[in-house]
Design a protein around this ligand. Structure first.
Ligand code: SAM
Length: 331
């Protein structure tokens, strides 16, 4: 279906969901789980140029975190000012800017969104690896896919297409794990089914890595040895995923917080949106999850991370307990 996986890379800025200053403060205290934000690289938290040294003022911190929240839903709590400084210091140095306020003004005038992409790259955490959510993949393979195929066949789709979306795919490990499962077993069992995988992320740097599909030991450590041997080529200590697996997935920049972009992704059968909701406050989670709901077919399933929950976020889904995993079902 062209409308689903043919989405473009450009994206208009999302509609304003900027919380008020008071809201921002309450959001910080109301967040049920601490936002799992870590500093990406140990850079100094002050910008030193020519002997002068600047710290981010409270006002700039508030304005910048509101800007970030409005753009992508990631919210920096009151105690995360130093983390935010640490993440963007390199950007200031690279742009030869002296203060964080100058950086904020630069971002606001960034018409071609190049710096916005650099900001996303700096503030996101991209931790992932192959076969990260083993129990979910087992449920996907053994319960969900057979059920969806049976339903599609009952609806007279003799050569059905199954659309799977890895909605915060980072460097592609989740999307390619699904491709390995599909190619290695499901495709043999269901040769007439067309499987399509979309991997998306807000961070263009990780998407480039996903397309390159070159992985180090850490990423592939859970790949079964027979699959590693069959589907990867090892060269100079790097594992390159073979084209027969890569061909199932394609990657595109999608900001989950961007209503316009999210409306373009429709008719998914299964969505994996794992380990990203933790970075959002409740209001942002509600917005993102309602987008995901709209992107799913009736009878489709949503998987989120093991440490995440839709409690207090959405009542639209039915929580289904599968053998060892839980999934959210769209009736
Ligand atoms: C910790 S990784 C999770 C990767 C994978 N889903 C997994 O579970 O292994 C979180 C990813 O979410 C992405 N992300 C954060 N905010 C996002 C947003 N608003 N839209 C899309 N992706 C986002 C980050 O760039 C990052 O790659």
């Amino acid at each position: 279906m062209a409308s689903l996986f043919n989405i473009g890379g450009s994206k208009p800025r999302p509609s304003t969901d900027r919380p008020s200053e008071n809201k921002a403060t309450t959001t910080a205290t109301r967040t049920t789980r601490p936002t799992a934000i870590r500093v990406k690289s140990p850079v100094a938290r002050t910008v030193s140029r020519g002997g002068s040294s600047k710290e981010m003022s409270e006002k700039t911190f508030n304005d910048l975190r509101q800007f970030i929240y409005q753009e992508c839903g990631i919210y920096f709590n009151n105690n995360k000012k130093y983390l935010l400084e640490g993440r963007i210091t390199k950007r200031l140095i690279s742009l030869k800017l002296t203060t964080y306020d100058e950086y904020l003004q630069f971002l606001k005038q960034d018409k071609n969104r190049f710096e916005l992409d650099k900001l996303f790259e700096a503030i996101t955490i991209n931790e992932t690896f192959f076969y990260r959510a083993q129990q979910q993949y087992e449920a996907f393979e053994n319960v969900i896919i057979p059920e969806i195929i049976e339903r599609k066949r009952k609806n007279k789709e003799l050569r059905p297409t199954i659309r799977v979306w890895s909605a915060a795919s980072s460097s592609g490990e989740e999307a390619y794990t699904l491709a390995l499962i599909i190619h290695d077993r499901l495709k043999r069992k269901y040769p007439n089914v067309n499987f399509q995988i979309l991997g998306s992320d807000i961070d263009t740097a990780v998407l480039a890595k996903a397309r390159a599909a070159k992985y180090k030991d850490y990423a592939i450590r859970n790949v079964p040895p027979n699959q590693l041997k069959k589907y990867f080529t090892k060269k100079d200590g790097v594992y390159l995923l073979n084209n027969e697996i890569k061909q199932y997935a394609r990657f595109s920049q999608v900001n989950l917080f961007d209503t316009v972009a999210m409306r373009k992704i429709v008719q998914c059968d299964v969505i994996f949106c794992a380990n990203v909701l933790i970075y959002f406050d409740t209001k942002a989670k509600q917005k993102v999850v309602s987008h995901l709901y709209n992107s799913l077919n009736r009878g489709g399933y949503l998987f989120i991370g093991y440490s995440e929950s839709l409690h207090g976020v959405s009542k639209a889904f039915k929580l289904i307990h599968l053998a060892k995993a839980m999934a959210y079902y769209k009736e």
